[in-house]
Design a protein around this ligand. Structure first.
Ligand SMILES: Nc1ncnc2c1ncn2[C@@H]1O[C@H](COP(=O)(O)OP(=O)(O)OP(=O)(O)O)[C@@H](O)[C@H]1O
Ligand SMILES: [Mg+2]
Length: 240
């Protein structure tokens, strides 16, 4: 179990996340929803230790998660990746295997096999020699999903994996999430466009700086909660 306890994140004195607590158990797809600027990415990054906590603590199996980050796979929000970096699809995915081998050693046969399986799983093996900068948005998302799979982590944190992907890719990503769920992994996914996909999630965290609601779809996606989080833009979501 992952426990997030009273977490706060500040940027130069400005509060982005305030006093958020929740637990994640294995075998569930948990969605984080909330408006732009609500602190979804900041919360995910603070769980990963990419930005410091102003307050609170995060534990996994009762130990500080910061000491077990090799258990965590992460897909950053698209805007935060340097797509001009000159590296091929296969090498991006192989980066996930670094902790599984001694420094400066070539990848093991097992790692190569895992990378191949991950790329096949997302339908990107044929494009393995392409530089990542020459892929479409949906293809790039697939590559980063493969990278997360190749890491063989226990916890998966995905920041808007569905942004800029077509329906087919969206379906494929949900299938992968379902597989991970069945394997008993812990899954936290920043969602978007809930109208059509909200049934794919087992639980939701609705945030806007603070945690507004935490529970099942029917508990969280209510007009009152959405009003609290989104103000007047609730029309976007209420018909789902
Ligand atoms: N590096 C930073 N420096 C200063 N402020 C930041 C930084 N990153 C985010 N913020 C601010 O923190 C708040 C939360 O941002 P965050 O990116 O976590 O929101 P989000 O919910 O992920 O939004 P989106 O849906 O647009 O991705 C925003 O007000 C944002 O302007
Ligand atoms: Mg974000």
């Amino acid at each position: 179990m992952l426990e997030v306890q009273q977490v706060a994140v500040n940027y130069r004195g400005i509060v982005a996340v305030e006093n958020i607590s929740f637990c994640l158990t294995s075998g569930q797809i948990v969605g984080i929803i909330g408006p732009n600027g609500a602190g979804k990415s900041s919360l995910i990054k603070s769980i990963l230790g990419l930005i410091p906590l102003a307050q609170g603590k995060i534990t996994y199996r009762s130990q500080a998660l910061s000491k077990q980050l090799d258990q965590v796979a992460y897909i950053p929000q698209r805007a935060q990746i340097d797509w001009d970096y000159p590296i091929t699809v296969e090498k991006v995915v192989m980066m996930a295997r670094i902790r599984h081998r001694p420094l400066f050693r070539p990848p093991s046969r097992q790692s190569k096999e895992i990378v191949k399986n991950a790329l096949e799983r997302v339908g990107m093996w044929d494009l393995r020699d392409r530089p990542i900068g020459q892929l479409s948005g949906g293809q790039q998302q697939r590559v980063f999903l493969a990278q997360a799979l190749a890491q063989e982590a226990e916890l998966f944190l995905f920041d808007e994996p569905f942004s800029g992907v077509d329906k087919k890719t969206e379906r494929m990503i949900f299938n992968v999430l379902d597989d991970l769920k069945k394997q008993g992994k812990i899954l936290l996914v920043v969602g978007h466009e809930l109208k059509e996909t909200s049934r794919e999630y087992d639980r939701f965290l609705l945030i806007n700086k603070k945690l507004i609601a935490n529970g099942s779809r029917s508990e969280v996606i209510t007009p009152e909660n959405l009003q609290k989080a989104y103000g007047d833009n609730v029309i976007l979501l209420t018909n789902s």
